[in-house]
Write a protein that binds this ligand. Structure first.
Ligand code: SF4
Length: 454
């Protein structure tokens, strides 16, 4: 299968309303397997997210510097952008930046909003897509010297010295259809200055069609014509497929989708609640565990390659509008109590914002916490869901093999401690886990705990 990535394509614009299905199908036929759809305001961010989810593509949310909100509704719209960033296929903040060419808004306002986007991207760990027109030097000045997220300089128009600075700072540089235009010698002259692992190909559809499509609506299926020009400028005998693959890999890294640097979602939406994913580690290896067959749920990527840092978890929870949801559930793609300190700090911070919090746990934390610590932990939450999944020690060992010694004893001890607090609690069992459901139901009754069958 051919791999190709149109790293910047506005499929949300009305130009695609009539034939979006065909445009996406044609791009696949042309070898463009991945598309990033950046947006320019709340409405297009929502539309981009819809398209990305429908066609299994990716989207980004932000205010374009030509489409900044009025001051009076700025905060409400900013909140709406954050809501879109919680959607499963929305994986970047963009496009933001500066546009001094059209100059719709005064520079001070543009710079203020540019910084809000930069701070948001950093606080939630999302890549940043930057627009710069007539403001390439100013964009580089405004980007902080050390950034923890990838920066994509889309449709780059800087000169040689600015390109050298951007390259030295490790930014990704996107080139578009004009690379194929007869008069674009300056742009073509930049290609040898950009390391091959930093170059991105993009169409910026429906704009900037490459030769031989000038004057027509651009579309992702035309990406190959820009790739062919890049291959020619690289000047070796690499096949078009290999050139496309290198550029695809670059975009996968830039957007943190590559297996080598894949970003896992820390906060994700499921039903009317938000979930917090602190770790992919667990002491158990339950036969029914979702982690055995998938890297996430509901379109979210949840398998952390390594635990996210405390500061990233806290800043992510702080940045997102958690107040609008029924509850904040700490469950993870693993066992959240393995990060006890962070769990308590995050739940307390959410509680201070008036948000209901729930802990989903395997109940084995008594194996590494004192009774007192367990009770202190529980007091950070409004409710707790405990995975029971068995009616006794033998069955538990079969259904939920554990590295914890005597896990059933620890689970029963945890349930006893829960009952000493006034926290709302229930136990749960997975329907097809292989546990004896009658006996599990009877045990829940004896424990006087509500049972949820999942
Ligand atoms: S306790 Fe939960 S996370 Fe751990 S293996 Fe079992 S199902 Fe998976």
């Amino acid at each position: 299968m051919t791999l190709g990535f149109d790293s910047h394509c506005h499929l949300h614009f009305h130009h695609f309303n009539e034939d979006l299905d065909a445009v996406v199908t044609d791009s696949g036929k042309a070898g463009i397997s991945h598309i990033m759809i950046p947006s320019i305001d709340v409405e297009t961010a929502e539309r981009s997210a819809d398209i990305a989810e429908k066609y299994n593509l990716f989207s980004a949310a932000a205010f374009h510097p030509e489409h900044l909100p009025e001051e009076s509704i700025g905060e409400a719209e900013w909140l709406a952008i954050k809501h879109v960033l919680l959607r499963p296929n929305t994986v970047a903040v963009g496009e933001t930046g500066l546009d001094y060419h059209h100059g719709t808004f005064e520079p001070a306002k543009q710079i203020r909003w540019f910084h809000r986007h930069i701070e948001l991207a950093e606080s939630i760990g999302y890549p940043l897509i930057v627009h710069s027109r007539g403001a390439e030097s100013e964009v580089l000045n405004q980007l902080p010297s050390s950034l923890s997220v990838p920066v994509i300089l889309h449709c780059w128009g800087g000169d040689e010295s600015l390109t050298d600075i951007a390259v030295a700072r490790g930014f990704y540089i996107g080139v578009d259809g004009p690379l194929t235009y007869k008069k674009s010698n300056k742009l073509r002259g930049l290609i040898p200055r950009i390391p091959r692992d930093r170059l991105l190909v993009e169409t910026d559809s429906p704009f900037l069609p490459p030769e031989p499509f000038r004057g027509r609506r651009n579309q992702p299926a035309f990406t190959g014509f820009i790739i062919m020009k890049i291959r020619e400028l690289w000047g070796d005998n690499m096949s078009i497929e290999n050139t496309s693959y290198i550029l695809w890999e670059n975009a996968m890294r830039a957007y943190r989708l590559h297996p080598g640097n894949r970003r896992a979602d820390i906060v994700y939406r499921y039903g009317d609640s938000l979930y917090v994913n602190l770790t992919s580690r667990c002491q158990n290896n339950c036969g029914f565990c979702i982690r055995k067959s998938a890297d996430g749920i509901a379109g979210y990527s949840l398998r952390h390659r390594e635990d996210p840092s405390k500061s990233l978890v806290l800043s992510t929870i702080e940045a997102f509008p958690i107040e609008g949801f029924k509850e904040l559930v700490f469950c993870g793609f693993g066992e959240p109590t393995l990060r006890t300190d962070l769990l308590m700090t995050s739940a307390t911070a959410a509680g201070a914002r008036g948000v209901k919090t729930r802990l989903n746990t395997n109940g084995l934390c008594t194996s590494f916490l004192s009774d007192r610590q367990v009770v202190t932990l529980l007091r950070c939450f409004d409710s707790v869901n405990i995975s029971l999944n068995a009616s006794g020690a033998r069955e538990y060992n079969r259904v939920c093999p554990s590295t914890v010694e005597d896990p059933w004893e620890h689970l029963m001890k945890f349930i006893k401690l829960v009952k000493t607090t006034c926290i709302r609690a229930r136990v749960s069992v997975v329907k097809n886990s292989g546990a004896d459901m009658h006996r599990v139901t009877a045990l829940a009754e004896r424990l006087q705990m509500p049972l949820r069958i999942r």
